[in-house]
Design a protein around this ligand. Sequence first.
Ligand SMILES: C[C@H](O)[C@H](O)[C@H]1CNC2=NC(N)=NC(=O)C2=N1
Length: 97
Amino acid sequence: MSDSTILTADETAGDLAGTAFEYAGDHLVATFDTGDFLGAVRVLDTVAPIAEEMNHHPDVRLGYGSITFFVSSHDVGGVTARDLQLARRIQEIAEAG
Ligand SMILES: C[C@H](O)[C@H](O)[C@H]1CNC2=NC(N)=NC(=O)C2=N1
């Protein structure tokens, strides 16, 4: 399976099990409670260098007490293995608090 192969909901279910991420067609989405706005910014501040390192970036919505990540492979317009890899890293960071 290449990094540009678009994956179905069934093909991602195992990787997403136990995470906050849900399959939403052409992207993965997850919202994490962060207590307040600065907590959300801190999560993003930790995710950002990982995304840079992977050269694979989420779209993000920052809120007062939450952060939502939208993860998809923009170059192919869907969910690929790259997105599962990034989602796993985001989950680890968000869980670490
Ligand atoms: C030129 C650069 O490598 C590409 O634009 C990268 C940057 N980050 C990316 N992030 C995501 N989510 N999808 C992409 O296709 C992508 N492409």
